[in-house]
Design a protein around this ligand. Structure first.
Ligand SMILES: Nc1ncnc2c1ncn2[C@@H]1O[C@H](COP(=O)(O)OP(=O)(O)OP(=O)(O)O)[C@@H](O)[C@H]1O
Ligand SMILES: [Mg+2]
Length: 257
């Protein structure tokens, strides 16, 4: 069974929305979802998931970037992460876990290398429970793939929104994922924010780039989702058309393995 799934794609393509709807679909199937927020910039995922406040990040609980860098320099990230497990850095609400790796808070605080090293180490050593599926939300673009953060996931979902840039990025993400050793049949492409006509055009775009066999389903442009996200309201319990699309996609993915 697929236990660790990373979701990637162009900025604003809908990665965080899809993670949230997937978490709910997973929960409805009787599994536990653990959402791992590795986006160092955006801070609103906890709201989509209906947590009252942003969870203390793993970075914060270890003295921020400075603290993590110390563990990193001493080659002790493994210790940090087992400590973290004991400190229960995973926050849970209504059967959904949330672990946030860290956010960039200080100007001139330095590069994100230590946080990325934590992500890689975490994905490597974390052992999902019997009925647990890990969903990794990533920063926009493909830098995390270039850094090899996804080396230890079982599957990748690439989110494609209706834009040329998104299709081009999907092609690169596909190549990088395969370079990391993720098998072709475990790389899924989802089109998002589509209507039927738009989806036909996007499907042609996928075909032209040799990506159509990785297509796992499409998610409709859903006004309710857009509205909730403008207002900062949770979407985790949303049952409308985008959520139904995601449930179908989850079934497709789970049926294949
Ligand atoms: N299926 C959908 N229907 C309507 N709006 C959507 C849908 N999916 C995403 N959106 C909207 O698109 C915007 C971006 O979504 P989201 O934050 O999930 O993207 P992202 O890929 O995580 O962005 P980032 O790269 O900044 O992390 C949000 O305003 C959200 O409401
Ligand atoms: Mg996001």
């Amino acid at each position: 069974m697929i236990k660790k799934i990373s979701i990637c794609g162009k900025g604003g393509s809908g990665k965080s929305v899809i993670i949230t709807l997937l978490a709910n679909a997973i929960r409805k199937k009787g599994y536990n979802a653990l959402v791992v927020d590795t986006d160092e910039s955006n801070t609103g995922l906890y709201k989509m998931l209906d947590f009252e406040e942003a969870p203390e990040t793993l970075s914060e609980s270890f003295g921020g970037r400075k603290g993590i860098t110390k563990y990193w320099n001493e080659n002790r990230l493994g210790d940090l992460l087992s400590d973290t497990m004991q400190r229960k850095s995973i926050f849970t609400k209504n059967g959904i876990g949330l672990l946030s790796i860290g956010k960039i808070v200080d100007a001139g605080g330095g590069c994100a290398c230590p946080l990325n090293a934590v992500v890689r180490e975490f994905l490597k050593i974390y052992e999902s429970g019997e009925t647990e599926i890990l969903l990794v939300d990533t920063e926009a673009g493909v830098e995390h793939l270039g850094r090899g953060n996804e080396k230890y996931v079982d599957a990748i979902i690439i989110v494609v929104d209706p834009s040329y840039e998104s299709l081009e990025l999907a092609k690169r993400a596909m190549k990088l994922s395969m370079n990391l050793g993720i098998p072709d049949e475990r790389i899924y492409i989802i089109t998002n924010k589509v209507d039927d006509d738009t989806n036909k055009i996007l499907m042609n775009g996928l075909k032209e780039r040799g990506l159509e066999s990785n297509f796992a389903g499409s998610v409709k442009l859903d006004a309710k989702i857009r509205e909730a996200n403008i207002l900062g309201k949770p979407i985790i319990e949303y049952e409308g058309c985008a959520a139904q699309d995601i449930e179908k996609i989850l079934n497709n993915i789970m049926a294949k393995k």
